[in-house]
Structures are given as structure tokens and as C-alpha cells.
Write a protein that binds this ligand. Structure first.
Ligand code: MSS
Length: 363
């Protein structure tokens, strides 16, 4: 696919040199833009929009933004200004598209051909959803899901249920859900879902509903296409359906960020990042011979919690030649990245270590 030559208006403040411009709605962080960083600068963070972003005028007066709450004993519409007075918390979490790594699937999974860069680790500040629900008298009964609706206007002539971004996540994760108004210490820009975003730490990007305008505790999952048949893991050639796993919790994953392509002989620092989804990363091993032998890398601090990623480094001597450098992360419960990808129709959830390696020529 043809890449854009310049940043689209709503993302014109981004660092163009850090991004691969797949389209107006999809921009990927370059593998070399992460280096040893823990928090991904907003200017470098990937963008993925399923619908055209709303007009930036909605972030001009953030505190006036209204959200409707349903499925509680006292259903109400609250403004962002009011939400800010309920409580406030900060969480570092990885934002990663379900299709990150799609480019590595040999069957040519349709959708944006993300390599490793549909992911970043960012800091969100907002009100815990639990505190808002308590303020509204608690769940009204029978609730099994938290359903959030994006604030996009549905383009003329399209069926809302077909295109709207409305996602449901299990009620059990409520304790960690934030309604966030800050990204990396600044008001959330329109590109990342300002003025208010539903953040579900540890869950794939799609569940982090931007410009959230409606939050409901519901008995059933949303009947929007994006929930019913979209973002479902199924075999190649099979259509999406509600009985297939939804792209909710992220799996353990890591990749090398430096060096890429070439480096000089002698002592080298091999950098990368590792995420555990909802579990803390325990260790990362690195191999310079495509998985024949492994060495344990050093985790770099600080530890920003289970939802953040952890940069790592392995210091090693390299002599001239060609190397296939791969990394494999393990979480505190012993879950490790598999070697292979799990083939699936849409190329979701790829965490196989083999495909994520880099080939480096040392001279
Ligand atoms: N939200 C809304 N509202 N809309 C749209 O479109 N998308 C998704 C999420 N959210 C959307 C939303 C997706 S799908 C993703 S990844 C994310 O978001 C991204 O983010 P950023 O900020 O980066 O752009 Mo896949 O799983």
C-alpha cells in the first residue's frame, strides 16, 4: 500500500520521522523510535482510527464534554468537569492494537500491515470508573459488561451498528478502568481520544474507546459489529462470530528495538521492550543465534506496574557476521512467548518470538 507523504491535520503535531504513515487513520511507530524508552512520547505514539476522527473543536473546552452513564441506580449525564471532582488516578499502560504484528502472517491477513509499532507505553490520568459508578448508586443489577461508545459522528448513509466504535469488556475488570483526560501529563489530543477516553489497562487497543460519550453497565455485550464479529480470533478463512474469543486481554510479548540492520563489532547493547499484558514481566532472554542459545537480559527501571512495558538490555560482544537477534519474555506466572505465530484470519495477537526478530550485520 502507498504511504502518505505528510501527517494528516489532526496529527500534524507528531514527529513524522518516528512514524510510518500507512494512511490518514493509521500511523505506526518506527521500531528504531523506541530505543530504551519506557514512556512513549505522545509525538511518537501510533494512531489507529476505525472512523474519521471527530472535529478537534471537541477538545477546545474539555470540561464541557458530556458522558451519559446507564446501567446504574442513578443514571445521569456528567460533564468532564464534574468527573474531575470525583477522584483521580494515574496508570502507565501499554496501548497496543490487536493487529500489531499482522505484517508477519504469511497468509496476508487483511488490515493495516503493522510490524511492531502499533504499540506504545503511555501514562493516563483520569477518574477510576469504579468511583463514578459508586457516585451513581452502583450497578443497577444484572450487569456483566462495561460498554463504552465512541463519540464519532456516523458518516451519512452508513448503518451506525455496522461502523460505530462501541466495545464491551467484562465487568470484572472495572477496578482498573479509568476515564482518562490526560495522556503523558497533557490533555488527551483528539488523535488519541480527547477530551475523554475509556482506558482498560492490559486490554488490546480497541477496548480503549476514544472520545467516550456513553458508558453503560450492561447485561450483554454490545451488538455493534466491532464487538459481535469484529476483533474475534478465528482460523484463516472463517468469518467473525460472537462465540470466538474477543480481543480483550493482551498476551506476553517482546521485541528488539536496537540495533537494527547494522552495527559495529565489539561490545554492543541490545535493547528491546517487553510487556506482560496484565502480568508483570519476570525475565527476558535474548538470543543472537535465532533461538539456539539464550542469555538473560537486564530489565531497565523503573517498574511502572504490571500494565506498563519494561525496557531491557543485553550487553554482548559481537564479531563481524550476520546475526538473527530474537527476544523471549516470561511473566511472573511463568507464561512465555511461544516460538511460532498462531495463524488466524485477521492476524491478531501475534506474540511468537521467531517472527519478531531482527537481522543485523556486524562489520
Ligand atoms: N475509539 C474510537 N472512538 N474510535 C476508534 O476508531 N480505534 C481503536 C481504539 N479506540 C478507535 C477507538 C483501536 S482499534 C485502537 S488500536 C486504538 O484506539 C488506537 O489508539 P491510538 O490512540 O493509538 O490511536 Mo486496534 O485493536
Amino acid at each position: 500500500a502507498e504511504e502518505l507523504s505528510s501527517l494528516p491535520g489532526y496529527a500534524s503535531w507528531k514527529r513524522k520521522q518516528d512514524l510510518i504513515l500507512h494512511s490518514e487513520a493509521t500511523m505506526e511507530t518506527r521500531r528504531n523510535a523506541i530505543r530504551s524508552g519506557i514512556v512513549t512520547p505522545s509525538e511518537t505514539l501510533f494512531v489507529r482510527n476505525n472512523l474519521p476522527a471527530p472535529d478537534a473543536s471537541i477538545v477546545a473546552d474539555p470540561d464541557a464534554w458530556e458522558v451519559r452513564f446507564e446501567g446504574v441506580n442513578d443514571p445521569r449525564t456528567l460533564t468532564l468537569g464534574e468527573l474531575k471532582k470525583i477522584d483521580v488516578q494515574t496508570v502507565a499502560s501499554v496501548l497496543q492494537c490487536s493487529g500489531n504484528g499482522r505484517a508477519f502472517f504469511p497468509h496476508g491477513a487483511s488490515g493495516t500491515q503493522w510490524s511492531v509499532g502499533a504499540a506504545g507505553c503511555v501514562v493516563w490520568t483520569g477518574v477510576p470508573l469504579k468511583a463514578v459508578i459508586d457516585t451513581l448508586g452502583g450497578p443497577s443489577g444484572g450487569a456483566k459488561f462495561i460498554t463504552g461508545t465512541g463519540g464519532e459522528e456516523i458518516p451519512d448513509g452508513l448503518d451506525a451498528k455496522e461502523v460505530m466504535v462501541e466495545r464491551s469488556v467484562p465487568l470484572e475488570v472495572m477496578e482498573r478502568v479509568l476515564l482518562a483526560w490526560e495522556l503523558n501529563d497533557d490533555p488527551i489530543p483528539i488523535a488519541h481520544g480527547g477530551p475523554l477516553r475509556m482506558v482498560v489497562p492490559g486490554f488490546y487497543g480497541v477496548n480503549n474507546v476514544k472520545y467516550v460519550k456513553y458508558v453503560a453497565l450492561t447485561e450483554n455485550e454490545s451488538n455493534a459489529k466491532i464487538q459481535v464479529s469484529g476483533y474475534r480470533v478465528r482460523d484463516v478463512g472463517v468469518s467473525g462470530a460472537p462465540d470466538q474469543p474477543s480481543m480483550w486481554e493482551m498476551n506476553i510479548k517482546s521485541w528488539i528495538t536496537l540495533p537494527l540492520d547494522t552495527t559495529e563489532q565489539g561490545r554492543n547493547m541490545l535493547y528491546g521492550v517487553a510487556l506482560g499484558g496484565t502480568r508483570t514481566v519476570d525475565k527476558v532472554e535474548v538470543s543472537v543465534d535465532d533461538g539456539e542459545t539464550w542469555q538473560e537480559a537486564e530489565l531497565l527501571g523503573p517498574d511502572l506496574g504490571p500494565y506498563a512495558w519494561r525496557p531491557f538490555v543485553l550487553a554482548t560482544e559481537l564479531s563481524p557476521g550476520e546475526y538473527r537477534i530474537v527476544s523471549r519474555a516470561t511473566d511472573v506466572e511463568g507464561n512465555s512467548q511461544p516460538e511460532a505465530r498462531m495463524d488466524n484470519e485477521r492476524g491478531y495477537g501475534h506474540n511468537g518470538w521467531r517472527d519478531h526478530g531482527v537481522t543485523v550485520t556486524v562489520s
